[in-house]
Structures are given as structure tokens and as C-alpha cells.
Design a protein around this ligand. Sequence first.
Ligand code: DAH
Length: 363
Amino acid sequence: MTAGKSRPRLSITIMVEDFFISYIGNTMLNKIGKIKQSAINDIQTIRSLSDLDNYRIKYLARKGLVADLFDELRNVSAEERPHIGKIANELRNQVQSLFDEKKQNLESNVKHEQKRLDLTLPGRLSWVGTQHPLTQTLDEIKRIFFRMGFGIATGPEIEDDYHNFEALNFPPDHPARDMQDTFFISDKVLLRTHTSPVQIRIMENQPPPVRVIIPGRVYRNEAVSARSYCLFHQVEGLYIDEGVTFSELKGTLVAFAKEFYGSDIKYRFRPSYFPFTEPSAEMDITCFLCKGKGCRMCKQTGWLEILGCGMVDPNVYKFVGYDPEKYSGYAFGMGIERITLLRYSIDDIRILFENDVRFLKQF
Ligand code: DAH
């Protein structure tokens, strides 16, 4: 081969249909025909947009078969070039429109796929958490006492003997101090057995007037059964001011009970004993299941005990430095579990602590 600027042109001409064409021209026309056929065949096999991109690279890209063809057009003689160029152009347009049409089809399939809805599928439930029944009871109690002007206070669950017993006027040999009831951590440190020690902590830290409720967890070393658990919750109440009377205690608790249990309940206060109150009482309401006739829930008595209460014993004031001549007040305490079990007719206290969603989601 000799190197030169222009390649030697073959001058062979052949007859194609009605006119003569050069060998090179003929080769070009054949090539165009082959590309066209393969472009048509290929397009039919394409199923995805990424297949289609390969197709574009093969035929339409800068180095694709169609572009090659236009490169080769330079070899065609000036007389034949317009004719063959026109056919090459037609090929390019055809391949481009095959490509465009396929692209549109594939894209609309994708959209259709995305929009396709299966109306027979069951709806998806979103799981919404529910409040624990104890929290619901507690919130309701808080709401009622807040409206009556009570504030809220809390205290530690790990207590010392002084706050849990001594300052609450428990004598040294009181049975509640027994190891049987109390979880001792060490000789003088224990898990609080009631929320009453927070009364002492509040009075130690602020002068009267005091008007708070004290919700919290308490612990007792009892045999676990359907009726008792090693931990439970109480709400304590404390009101101290000048001239607070027992009738205010009754009025407040009756208002609470009517709001919480319903205005049609009957109630009674029975004399009782707590070391830190004098006089002390327990409050009963008519059983809301049998309306006082007597049933299993109220053990046939018609009454349910709902809380303990009383006037704060002057001995307690001595421990916290309040003047018993100037101030008087009342305290009360109720168990949240008991109320909750009664309210929702749940017959086993342990279920409140298992956190089984199948139980909890019913509330
Ligand atoms: N702390 C008592 C208990 O756990 C409940 C109680 C009774 C609290 C009378 C009080 C009260 O504040 O005045 O059984």
C-alpha cells in the first residue's frame, strides 16, 4: 500500500435496478441495509431502559454504527454521495425513531408499574401505641387533684429507715419494719414500702403551706400472687396549712371519689390506724360492680376500700420542725393497681407488669 493523501478510487460500476453504481457505493448501500435490518431486529429484543442504552451506544452514539457509516461516506464519489447520503440519513432517522418509540414505551411501563394498585390487598394497619392502664388511672387521678389546686412531688425509691419509718412515727418494733415486708438493701437502707416518706422530705425542705400529690413506685416483700406483687404504685396526698380540718379531708376525698368513680357512688369513712396520722380512717365506696348488693369483687360486703387517710400526727411535725400548735393538715394514700384492677375488671395484678402487647393494646 502506498501512503498518499487520497485513496485510489475503484472505478468498477455495477447496475443496480435501473442505474449504475460504483462498487464502493454498492458496498455502502448493502451496509446500510444490514444496519437497518439489525436495528429493527435488535429493538424487538429490548426489555429495559438499560438494554435500550446499550442499543443507543451500538447504533446512535458518536462511535456507533450509524456514525461510522457517515464517516465512510467520505469514500463515496461526489456524484453518488448525495444519493447515498440521503439513504444514510433516512437510516439514521429510522433508527432514532425506533429508539424514541421504545424509550417512550419503556418509560410509560415503569410509570404504570409504579401506579398500579392492587385494590384487593388488605389495608396496612399502623400500630399505634396505647397508654398503660396504670398510666391512664394515674393521669386521671392527677387531673382531678390538679384541678383542686394540688401540685406534684416525687422522691427516691431507695430510702433510709428514717424517712420510711422513723420520722413517720413508726415505733421501733412496728411490724411493718419487719424483714418480711421490707426489702432491705443494708441495715438502714431499703426500698421504700410506701410513698409517705416523701411527705417527710417535702416538709423538711419547705415551710407550710404544702398541697401536693406524690405518685410513685413502692416495693414490698410479699409472696407474688394474683392479688399482690413485689412492686406497685401509690399516690400520696399531703395538705398542711393553718386551720386545716378533718371535714376538709373528707370534702376533698369525697369530691375526688365522685369525680373518679361516678357521682352516684356512696361512701363511708371507717376509723383506722396509721402511725403518722391521728385520727386515721379508711375510705370505702359502694362496689361499682354490684352497686352495693354484694359480689365476688367486694367479697359480698357491698363495699370497696379505696384509700387510707388521716390528720397528720403532731409527732411527725416534730421530726420536720413544723409548729404543731400553728399548723394542721391531712394526708392520704391510695394504691393505683388496686383501683386499676377494679376499674377494668382485671383479675390478676401480675398482668400489669408483664407488658404483653396483646393485653396492653386493649386499653
Ligand atoms: N402509707 C400507707 C400505706 O402504704 C397509706 C396511707 C395511709 C398514706 C394513710 C397516708 C395516710 O398518707 O394518711 O399503707
